[in-house]
Write a protein that binds this ligand. Sequence first.
Ligand code: ADP
Ligand code: MG
Length: 238
Amino acid sequence: MANLKLRDARKSYGALEVIKGIDLDVDDREFVVFVGPSGCGKSTLLRMIAGLEKITGGDLMIDGKRSNDIDPSQRGLAMVFQSYALYPHMTVADNMGFALRIAGVSTDERDQKVKEAAKILELTHLLDRRPKDLSGGQRQRVAIGRAIVRNPKIFLFDEPLSNLDAALRVNMRLELMRLHDELAATMIYVTHDQIEAMTMADKIVVLNGGRIEQVGSPLALYNTPANIFVAGFIGSPK
Ligand code: ADP
Ligand code: MG
């Protein structure tokens, strides 16, 4: 099980409040997409969930526990970023197993987990390569592999496809949706791309200026937008 509850969750940097009271439930195994314009607080909200930022007001509960009481490493989360930040001198296998090595997982167990993840991501034939010898899409799959080997209950994605070209983005969208089914994990996915939001989400959270404008299924937002902002944002893909 992995669920999240945010209640009036807030984040300030000094006097500047960037997350201004978020109420949201994320259910076990849900695919939730945070969408909104640049600077609206998507990454900040994701980092608060990951524990990379302390919340400065309200509550964030992970499986019923108050988040500020849980060490980030104990949250059962793994995050995938827009820039893959693979280690250039390491092979694909070593990149994927790195976090496990740091955590003291034995070589045998590490190898097995890396092989399993590579199979799911169709990276088996690339395990001995270095990042410079991979395509953009393959690199992003390695970055996702690094998350999978840790067997997280919740995956957090921050615009993971925005560096890829359009055709590859379509493939990766399908691949991520397949992974969501296969791993039966909760996924929270940040994007500023309306099409990604509409095609991937069980539930879309539309953010604007640190607040939620609307939460609902893609169909609900499309058919019954709460206001002009949501209608404009969902209705006019760039
Ligand atoms: P998004 O991911 O939606 O583009 P961010 O979450 O990155 O937006 O940023 C939301 C707002 O918070 C922006 O106005 C940004 O300038 C501000 N912000 C983000 N991180 C910091 C920080 N460490 N210190 C001060 N302001 C920040
Ligand atoms: Mg961002």
